[in-house]
Structures are given as structure tokens and as C-alpha cells.
Ligand binder design. Structure first.
Ligand code: FRU
Length: 492
């Protein structure tokens, strides 16, 4: 036997294990047990949203990766399904790494990277396929890998070549793959196929630029009315202006593909999210003409301490809630997925709240929305009786949002011990008011500003943060405040 990482062993292990749910999310997806990272194979299949994910069930660390699997009708309440893929073949024996899904003739095809250490201890990454008739049981294709090192263009790395994202365009299948040059410069490669089984290299669709760092992970390509959009994650990026180093960062890149040269011309680049915890977003097309994509990201960060691991809770890692990306009035908007917003029950509404004095209330739900004037400065404090709290400053005057979690469990860099307790997110909104929507979960906040800027961050507190207060500079007001809770079912 190649190794003992079989599907059967993983499924039995999961069934027979319990976790400590102190920090466990209610809104966000998390694994039944063990470690998760990237969302994989996000797809709307037979009217249900399927989510696969990088998963190591046996421990709360990144081990030999499997693909976990869940599905949902509303993007909020998830049903755990059996593990879809285990690292049980010579071409994926050291990890079934990230990839994507597509439907063809009613079948679901998964395309993923097999991560392998060869006899010499060198890394090789192969692209493989698994097929299912029902979207639950998958069989790996007998002729895997469908793309190996011989299909990688000269000058590109044969060790780092991963995370295929499949899409269909004008009756042709394509796939973008994360890559780097032999000189460690991130780039994205494009492959094409008529039948999903045989693939050919087409182009370096996104050649290197500084934003792509030393390696591109999890590239994804979206098509809107008059723009094409890359979502991708870059490793080891250094901001040229500030010299600040980011080991991992996710970008949204707008531009256009030239389909004669198969290259993407970049028009603008911005961070996909301004929080501490947002990586490897993946999308699925959920409606066409105009195109709308649902997107889910890993709401956690590499190389940092994770309290549920440190405190031995037997699970670690969570996703964002699904969002919808679409083009509206020329811009790409980001909103919570409609399946989720339709589950919000509003229990309190205030037309206007004057913040000349601090305002305090108990939070009885997971959702909050309000508007503020862009010349106001407002601070939201979410606390408990144990002196734990998070603070979010909405600073219209300086056009920033500052998220602070220093009074919750410390999160540090594994190597440098750097503390990640406060993050500042520049907001350059020309609108006169900021419309803020916030989803507050057991251990994360996800906020949306004018359906464009988003900030996602985890925080880990020993006790729930359910005391809410607002303060503001003189004259600050909140308008159209709505408090809501979400209809969450217990899926256990
Ligand atoms: C991104 C990533 C991918 C890889 C996977 C491994 O977070 O490093 O590039 O496929 O995670 O788990």
C-alpha cells in the first residue's frame, strides 16, 4: 500500500471524533474536526452550493491534504458530506492540493493538484481529475495526471505549479494555474481542452508584475460585461512604496483579456479584503447575463498562531460567508450571498441614533447595519464581562477603518512572534455616507462598506462578545440602524 491515507480511514476518524466548540463559528463554515484551509471546487450543482476544502482531519495542522466536502441550500446552513478525495495515489500521495469543479453532462468533474515528493525528495505538482455521477462519490481518472511537468512551458517552475481553476468560454474549456518563473516571480498559466481530459498549454495569461510576488496561488478568472477580473493570492509580496512585506495577500485585479494573444491586460489592482484573515478566495458562476459569482475564502492566515489549535479544541480554520460579486454601475460590488441575507430576521430598528453620549446595548444576533456620514468618526466596541473586546473605528475624516483585537487572545507570527492585533484599511469612498453591514460570528467579524470594501477578521475570546457600544466625535450620528439575527439550523 502507498500510504494509509484512505477515504475510509478519514471518514471513520471524522465520525468518531468530538471537538470543543468554544470558538466554533455559527455563520461560517468550519470542519467537523481537524484542519482546513482553502475552499476548493465551489460549484452550484443541482441547485445546491457545494464546497470542497483543503482538509487534514487527523490534526489541527496542515498535513497530507484531503478534500473535505459539504453542501448548502442557502450558503449558511451546511451539510457535511463524506470526504471526497484522499491522497492515496502515486500522483497525489503527499497531498490533494487545491483545485476547482465543473459540471459536464450532469457529471461533476474535480480538477486538483497532486502534491508529490519524489524519490529524491523534490517537489512535483501534477494536475489531476476526479469524476462523479452524483456529486458525492468521486473516482479518480485512470489516466491521471492530465498535466505533468512535461506540459509546463520552459522558464516556469516544475515544483510550484498548482491550484487549477476551470472555466468554460465560447464552448471551450480553459484552466488557469498558479505558477512562478524559475527566478521566483509569480505568474499565471492558461491551458485549454475540448473534453476536460486532454489539456494543452496556451499562454502565460498573466505574466509577472510586482503584485504577483514570488508565487501565485489559487488564481480565478471572472467575466463581466466589459471587464475581466482575476482574483488571486500571492506569496512573498513586497509593497514597493512602503517596503512592507506580505507573506500572503489576495488581490482583485480588473482588466481585459486579449483573446488573440491570450493575455490579460491589467487596469487596476486592489486588496480583495482589508482584514487580517482572508486568503485563497474561489468563485462559482451562479447566474449569467449579467454574470454573478459566488465567492468563498479561507478566513484565516498562514504562519500564525491559531487559538483553537493551541488550546487543543481539535478543529482549526474557518471560511468566510459566501459573497456575491457582480458588476453594478461599472464597479465590481461585493455583497453577502442572497441565501444568507434572506435568513436575517430584524429584531430592532432605529432611524437615528445621536452619539453625543455613548450608546450601549446587548447584542442578541449576528447582524448589524447602519449608515454614517463620511465626515464622522465612530467607534464600535464589542465586549463581554471578562474585559475581552474588539474595537472597530470607522474614521470618515481620515478615510480608514481600524480593526483592533488586542484585548482578545493574542495571534502571532510563528517565526517572528510579531503580534497581529490592529489593522488599518484605507477606504476611499467619494459617497457622502458609508453604509456598513456587519456579520458578527463567535470568532470573526465580516464587514461590508458601500457593498465594495470588505474587512474580514477572526478574533478568539474565552467568552462571547455580546455587549455592544458606540461612541463618536461630537455630532456623530448613526442612521437606519438595523439589528438582526440569522436563522441558523443545528446541522449535527
Ligand atoms: C494556498 C495553498 C495552495 C495549495 C494549498 C495546499 O493556501 O498553499 O496553493 O494548493 O494551499 O493546502
Amino acid at each position: 500500500m502507498l500510504n494509509d491515507f484512505t477515504l475510509e480511514r478519514a471518514n471513520n476518524f471524522i465520525k468518531n471524533n468530538n471537538i470543543n466548540k468554544t470558538f466554533y463559528p455559527k455563520l461560517n463554515f468550519a470542519a467537523p474536526v481537524g484542519w482546513i484551509n482553502d475552499p476548493n471546487g465551489v460549484i452550484m450543482y443541482k441547485n445546491e452550493l457545494h464546497l470542497f476544502y483543503q482538509h487534514y482531519p487527523y490534526d489541527t495542522i496542515h498535513g497530507k491534504m484531503h478534500w473535505g466536502h459539504a453542501k448548502s441550500k442557502d450558503g449558511l446552513n451546511w451539510e457535511h458530506l463524506d470526504i471526497a478525495l484522499a491522497p492515496d495515489q502515486p500522483y497525489d500521495k503527499d497531498g490533494v492540493f487545491s483545485g476547482s469543479a465543473i459540471e459536464k453532462d450532469g457529471k461533476m468533474y474535480l480538477m486538483y493538484t497532486g502534491h508529490v515528493l519524489n524519490e529524491k525528495g523534490e517537489i512535483r505538482e501534477y494536475q489531476n481529475i476526479a469524476i462523479s455521477d452524483d456529486g458525492v462519490d468521486f473516482e479518480k481518472y485512470e489516466d491521471n495526471p492530465v498535466i505533468d511537468e512535461n506540459d509546463i512551458p520552459e522558464g516556469s517552475s516544475i515544483t510550484d505549479f498548482r491550484d487549477p481553476k476551470i472555466f468554460e468560454k465560447d464552448d471551450q474549456y480553459y484552466m488557469v494555474i498558479g505558477s512562478k518563473t524559475n527566478k521566483n516571480k509569480g505568474q499565471v498559466l492558461l491551458y485549454e481542452s475540448d473534453n476536460l481530459l486532454e489539456w494543452e498549454y496556451v499562454s502565460t495569461i498573466l505574466p509577472h508584475n510586482n503584485f504577483l510576488g514570488e508565487m501565485v496561488e489559487c488564481p480565478d478568472l471572472l467575466f463581466f460585461k466589459n471587464k475581466d477580473v482575476f482574483l488571486l493570492s500571492a506569496m512573498n509580496y513586497t509593497d514597493k512604496e512602503t517596503d512592507k512585506f506580505y507573506p500572503h495577500i489576495s488581490w482583485i485585479i480588473e482588466g481585459n483579456i486579449d483573446w488573440t494573444t491570450f493575455t490579460f491586460e491589467t487596469e487596476s489592482i486592489r486588496k480583495m479584503d482589508g482584514g487580517f484573515d482572508y486568503y485563497a478566495p474561489q468563485t462559482a458562476l451562479v447566474s449569467s447575463n449579467p454574470n454573478e459569482y459566488v465567492t468563498i475564502a479561507w478566513q484565516q492566515a498562514w504562519n500564525r498562531t491559531m487559538p483553537s489549535h493551541e488550546e487543543n479544541h481539535q478543529w482549526t480554520g474557518q471560511m468566510t460567508i459566501p459573497r456575491i460579486l457582480k458588476q453594478e454601475n461599472g464597479v465590481i460590488t461585493q455583497k453577502a450571498y442572497s441565501g444568507i441575507t434572506s435568513e436575517i430576521v430584524y429584531y430592532q430598528i432605529e432611524d437615528e441614533l445621536n452619539l453625543s453620549e455613548n450608546y450601549k446595548t446587548e447584542l442578541n444576533g449576528e447582524y448589524l447595519e447602519f449608515e454614517m456620514n463620511f465626515s464622522d468618526q465612530i467607534e464600535l466596541l464589542l465586549a463581554n464581562s471578562k474585559d475581552e473586546n474588539i474595537r472597530i473605528k470607522f474614521d470618515g475624516l481620515n478615510q480608514i477603518i481600524v480593526f483592533n483585537r488586542k484585548d482578545t487572545i493574542a495571534i502571532r507570527n510563528h517565526d517572528t512572534e510579531e503580534l497581529y492585533d490592529e489593522i488599518t484599511y484605507p477606504i476611499s469612498v467619494s459617497d457622502k455616507s458609508w453604509k456598513i453591514k456587519i456579520f458578527i460570528d463567535t470568532s470573526s467579524v465580516q464587514l461590508f462598506v458601500n457593498d465594495y470594501y470588505t474587512l474580514s477578521s477572526t478574533f478568539y475570546s474565552e467568552k462571547n462578545l455580546d455587549l455592544l457600544s458606540f461612541s463618536g466625535i461630537k455630532g456623530s450620528k448613526l442612521n437606519n440602524m438595523k439589528y438582526g439575527y440569522l436563522n441558523i439550523q443545528d446541522m449535527d
